[in-house]
Design a protein around this ligand. Structure first.
Ligand SMILES: [Zn+2]
Ligand SMILES: [Zn+2]
Length: 256
């Protein structure tokens, strides 16, 4: 699998994009930085966009994808839990803020939404997808993406501490996990349900205990203002656990 990091931050600037990860040019995980990263041909080549939760920084480009689909007379397939559809329909694709692409045109809406259930695996092309619940302030699922050649990744989306319940169900070679803030924000992490490097370490130790190994780890959803601090602390965790844990960056490609 080719994993391309289009956006890896929680704030957007000229040099940082909101989280979006592209798998083999056909699956997009979250839509924070899709339309600003991809040519129109690449957008139209997407087989599916998988959304983790209804927060702005993860669904931001869905209206823009809908508008491009309109002009190219096609539709974009989006998969997520029902709560994401409800948020899009209520706040953005509501006929006021933007066109109701979830419903128009009725025979083939520009955003072709499929509601998925946590823990119920489904297939898109050759990929087996497993949505696994994680621990965030709103209902959120991470996605395990498994290729028939045996390569598997798990992307958590936004999550706080408490992933132990998910680990029995996933077995990734690559774990893409959030780490939003440095260690001095641990109280914030526990309250707002995000990870810091020390909280990440606890989650990885729980993973190791449950699974007997540690995957390669790519960290995303960093706050750009605190990224240097996060990077130094993640490097320390990587040394302590004796495994590869690195911050992803926009444009990074990992071949799995
Ligand atoms: Zn969130
Ligand atoms: Zn977020």
């Amino acid at each position: 699998m080719k994993i391309q990091f289009l956006g890896v931050h929680n704030c957007e600037t000229a040099t940082t994009r909101l989280v979006s990860i592209l798998v083999d040019d056909v699956l997009a995980l979250d839509a924070g930085g899709l339309t600003s990263s991809l040519t129109i041909d690449a957008q139209l080549g997407l087989k599916a966009v998988l959304l983790t939760h209804p927060h702005y920084d993860h669904i931001r480009d869905i209206p823009a994808l809908g508008m491009n689909a309109l002009f190219y007379k096609t539709s974009i397939s989006v998969y997520a839990i029902q709560e994401v559809r409800d948020a899009l329909a209520a706040h953005w694709l509501n006929g006021t803020t933007y066109v109701s692409f979830l419903e128009k045109p009725p025979e083939s809406p520009r955003i072709n939404f499929t509601a998925i259930e946590p823990n119920n695996a489904f297939a898109i092309n050759c990929y087996e997808i497993l949505p696994a619940p994680v621990n965030h302030t709103v209902p959120t699922v991470g996605y395990q993406v498994a290729h028939p050649d045996g390569k598997t990744l798990f992307y958590t989306g936004d999550t706080g501490p408490g992933l132990a319940g998910s680990w029995p169900y996933v077995s990734p070679q690559l774990l893409i996990i959030e780490t939003t803030a440095p260690n001095r924000y641990e109280d914030f992490g526990r309250r707002a349900l995000h990870l810091t490097p020390s909280l990440l370490k606890e989650e990885l130790l729980a993973f190791q205990k449950a699974k007997g190994y540690l995957p390669e780890v790519s960290v995303v959803h960093m706050n750009p203002k605190q990224e240097k601090e996060i990077e130094a602390e993640v490097e320390q965790v990587s040394k302590e656990l004796d495994t590869s844990i690195t911050l992803a960056h926009e444009g990074l490609v990992i071949k799995l």
